[in-house]
Design a protein around this ligand. Sequence first.
Ligand code: ADP
Ligand code: MG
Length: 250
Amino acid sequence: MALDHNAQPILELRGIQKSFDRGTGVPLRVLEDINLDIRPNEVICLIGPSGCGKSTIMRIFAGLIEPTQGQVRYRGQKQAGLNSNVAIVFQGFALYPWMTVEANVENVLVAKGLDPAEIRERTNRAIRMVGLEGFEEAYPRELSGGMKQRVGMARALSVNPEILFMDEPFSQVDALTAEGLRAEILDIWDDVERNPSSILMVSHDIKEVAYMADRIVVLSANPGRIRTIVENTLPRPRDTRSPDFTRLVD
Ligand code: ADP
Ligand code: MG
C-alpha cells in the first residue's frame, strides 16, 4: 500500500517542550520544539544520540507522561492521559519472570477488562503471530533473548494497537536474531489487515532504521530537537548496504 501523505495523522505532537524537575531547582530541558506526526500505514523511526529524548518522545506520544508545553493530538483531538489505541514494546523485555508466556500476554488483556473468551482468542492469535506456539507454558528464564522479545511483541500486538511503539526492541537480542525479527515485524505489519496501522520505532542503529523506516527522524541532543526528517523511498525489501544512509551518521 502506498503512503498517503495527505491523510490525517493518527497522532501528532505540536510544539512539545519537556523538562524534568530533578529536585535541584534547575529543571532539565530534555525536549524543545518537537513537531511530529505519525501517519497511517507508515513505519517511522527515531534515531539520535543516547539521552536526546527518544524514549521521552515515545512516552509522550503514548500518553504515559505529559509534556511541559505543547499538545498531543489523536485523530485531530487533544489527547488527555493514556492512549488506549497504542501499545509499547519496551527496551529490555519488561516481562514478569514469575508468569508463563501465556500469562504475560493475558495480563494486559485482563487489565483491559476483556471477557475470558476474548482474552483466550487474542492471546492465542498474538502468540501465533510471533511464532511462539508450543511455548505458552514456558517461563521467561527458559527463553532466549529473541524469544523473550517475541513475548513482548505478542503482548503489544494482543491489544490490536493502531500504533505499535518499539523502544530499541533489539538492544538485548543478538544481531542475527534481530535481523530475523525485523523482517518478521514488517511481515506482520504488511499483512492485508495492516494492523497495527503504523509503527514508531526508536533505534540507535542506522542500518536497522534504513531497513525498517519509511520516514527517519534524526534528533540532536541537549535539549533534544528534530534535526531532520528523511523520507526513505527505497523499495522494500531494502538493501541496507546502500551508501545513501551513511550521510546520516555523525
Ligand atoms: P533516549 O531514549 O534518547 O536515550 P531519554 O528520553 O530516555 O533519552 O532521556 C532524555 C533525557 O531525559 C536524559 O537526560 C534522561 O536522563 C532524562 N530523563 C528521562 N526520564 C527522566 C525522568 N523521569 N526524570 C528525570 N530525567 C529524566
Ligand atoms: Mg531510550
